[in-house]
Design a protein around this ligand. Structure first.
Ligand SMILES: [Zn+2]
Length: 273
């Protein structure tokens, strides 16, 4: 066996050339913003809501520690949707202030910019856990059935499916194919050190904590209040204590200085032909 010397890791996607948002300008424009709509994602249910480009929205913990699963679509073209995997490749396993949530191919552009995050202080704990991950998928009845043989109907995947079906007047099967991997809002997760398995632990979120997004494009959004509650013990069941999540949508007093809606990706799509 030839010996193989350790080699250093290389960042797959260096972000030095990634166009970056002007966070101070976005935050300044969000100061004094006006709430124009409020929605509630009830426990073990989901809410659908729309946000215009240039508006902001917050997801807030209100009654108790609760994790949320967030989907985003271009409101005018549902085939453009949040791309969890590429967001992870660009920004890392967990996102916070200054990070953007990117859309699917072929658009690959920022859908939202995270402008404020009251759990930004958490960073990464001794177990490697962080907040707001893009490493999980969403709890779903298929994996639950695979592992337990049981059917449970209030996983985030089903909650999102029902909410999208109702909001867009689609059948469940039509709506289900639009549901995609989520941003796990407020969830504390990581990979175990020894086996690199996905883990969760009790979220530090408390009532009053929020994450705030600036909408870069017109959005259709869906948020599920996960049946795992604070995800300290279990999910995909009615066992955990669950709370609602509040969504507030805001008009900004003015457009952020220097901001313009993001263009679709510049690749010519000829794929070498
Ligand atoms: Zn869930």
């Amino acid at each position: 066996m030839p010996s193989r010397a350790p080699v250093p890791p290389v960042i797959c996607y260096p972000v030095e050339t990634l166009p970056r948002p002007d966070l101070p300008a976005l935050r300044a424009a969000c100061d004094g913003m006006t709430c124009v709509a409020t929605h509630i994602a009830p426990p073990r249910e989901a809410a659908c809501f729309e946000v215009k480009a240039g508006q902001a929205f917050r997801i807030t913990s209100i009654d108790g520690p609760q994790v949320g699963d967030l989907n985003l679509w271009n409101a005018h073209d549902l085939s453009e949707r949040f791309y969890s995997g590429k967001t992870r490749a660009l920004h890392g396993t967990h996102v916070t202030e200054g990070h953007q949530l990117w859309s699917s191919f072929p658009t690959l552009r920022p859908m939202v910019t995270i402008t404020r995050d009251t759990l930004n202080w958490y960073r990464f704990d001794a177990d490697g856990g962080g907040i707001h991950d893009v490493i999980g998928t969403r709890c779903d009845p298929y994996t639950h059935h695979l592992l337990s043989g049981q059917d449970y109907h209030h996983c985030c995947h089903s909650n999102l499916t029902r909410a999208v079906a109702e909001h867009l007047n689609l059948s469940l099967s039509e709506a289900e194919c639009h549901v995609h991997d989520v941003l796990n809002v407020f969830m504390c997760t990581g990979f175990t050190r020894d086996t690199q398995q996905y883990f969760m632990k009790a979220s530090p979120v408390q009532p009053g904590d929020f994450i705030e997004f600036f909408a870069e494009v017109d959005l259709l959004c869906a948020l599920s209040a996960c049946p795992g509650g604070d995800c300290s013990a279990t999910h995909s069941s009615d066992e955990a204590k669950c709370y609602p999540l509040e969504i507030t949508v805001y008009d900004l007093a003015r457009a952020p200085d220097g901001w313009s809606a993001p263009q679709t990706n510049g690749y010519d799509r000829t794929h070498g032909i």
